[in-house]
Design a protein. Structure first.
Length: 258
């Protein structure tokens, strides 16, 4: 494979390199480290808030940049900051819509969170696995960077309400959840804003479309149809297959001197 001139390597987490919601297979970890040793700058870009990315990374890749909340959070050198948040008026309207359709939700601030879902909801085990944050009321969050609807009497109507407010809405039908982010915020927009303009990306889902569309090389993990026209290559959602594809990436070629 020819070198596409990329200097950054960007990975989504869940469904891309993390297949159980908790860990990254050692084969993938080792392959990523070999690419870092070959000269790539490393970025992890997830729908998770940074707080929930850290336990999955488990102390590895300490120099990596983290993009959380589908672009609303960035952590560089361990400094977590909110890049975008849902404005108070839109948040009030969204909460009113949740009340209208009996919704339960997870709401993330820059670090802490509010949760009204069932204790046995499948996503509950992924929230604050490292016990790093506090569960608070929505009103106690200084900013809301992500709003995840878990259940509602009318999920399509609630998704439409979020779009009418100008928010970024991804309705994940296969998981029966609605992922709502601040307007004009995506993983790709955050990546570009912090200076990663030439990159190779691995992703698997709706929220990776812009990330893959703008990549020098775009690798789809799995077979999500929304990525049909943006992926250059598709690999199985399997640790061995993903690790092998990472290992196929060339070393970064240094810029000529003088």
């Amino acid at each position: 494979m020819s070198n596409p001139g990329a200097r950054s390597l960007v990975f989504d987490l869940d469904g891309t390199i993390c297949f159980d919601g908790r860990t990254i297979d050692q084969r993938i970890r080792s392959a990523i480290q070999r690419r870092v040793d070959a000269g790539y700058r490393l970025v992890f870009a997830s729908a998770r808030p940074v707080r929930d990315m850290l336990p999955v990374l488990d102390g590895d890749f300490g120099t990596a940049t983290l993009i959380g909340g589908n672009g609303s959070l960035v952590s560089v050198g361990g400094d977590v900051r909110a890049r975008a948040f849902i404005d108070p008026t839109s948040l009030g309207s969204l909460l009113a819509a949740c009340g209208r359709w009996g919704a339960t939700y997870l709401v993330d601030g820059p670090w802490d969170y509010a949760y009204t879902g069932s204790p046995d909801h499948p996503l509950r085990a992924r929230i604050d696995q490292g016990l790093l944050a506090r569960q608070v009321e929505v009103a106690d969050l200084p900013e809301v960077v992500k709003f995840l609807v878990l259940t509602a009497e009318d999920m399509p109507a609630l998704a439409a309400a979020g779009r009418e407010l100008g928010l970024v809405v991804n309705h994940h039908l296969e998981e029966s959840i609605i992922d709502i982010s601040p307007a004009a915020t995506t993983k790709w927009e955050a990546l570009r804003a912090i200076g990663h303009t030439r990159y190779i990306a691995f992703g698997n889902d709706l929220n990776d479309i812009d990330l893959l569309r703008n990549a020098a090389r775009a690798i789809r993990v799995g077979a999500h149809p929304s990525l049909d026209h943006v992926a250059h290559l598709t690999v199985l959602a399997d640790p061995e297959a993903v690790a092998a594809e990472i290992d196929r990436l060339p070393a970064v070629i240094a810029d000529p001197v003088g």
